[in-house]
Design a protein around this ligand. Structure first.
Ligand SMILES: [Zn+2]
Length: 114
């Protein structure tokens, strides 16, 4: 049994790189704080009938600006880096969503893997 689990773990390690594997400690801090803020701000409960993809993007912009302003962790970089745009500073996810809805439909952006 233990050997099976070791084999499975090794197979996963050999075949798949996880987003978190590429992060340093400050970037993991950023990612964890990001996830905590989704819960603290009750984003899942506030979505209502909004389109889920655009809502997630709006929430990510709201959260990431706070993390940047409060200097919590360090934003990961790369093609799948978290979204950040200072024009959304101080805005609630609901207001950001209103500006993003059309953009997310045309770009097909799915948000960060968080
Ligand atoms: Zn997120």
């Amino acid at each position: 049994m233990a050997e099976d689990i070791d084999e499975l773990n090794q197979a996963v390690k050999d075949n798949r790189e996880f987003f978190i594997d590429r992060l340093d400690l400050k970037q993991v801090e950023y990612l964890l704080a990001h996830e905590v803020l989704h819960v603290a701000f009750e984003h899942m409960l506030r979505r209502g009938e909004r389109e889920p993809q655009a809502w997630n993007v709006a929430c990510d912009y709201a959260i990431n600006q706070i993390l940047e302003d409060e200097k919590i962790g360090r934003k990961p970089t790369g093609d799948d880096a978290p979204l950040l745009d200072s024009r959304y500073r101080g805005m609630a996810a609901e207001d950001i969503y209103g500006e993003l809805e059309e953009w997310t439909k045309t770009t097909g952006y799915t948000g960060c893997p968080c």
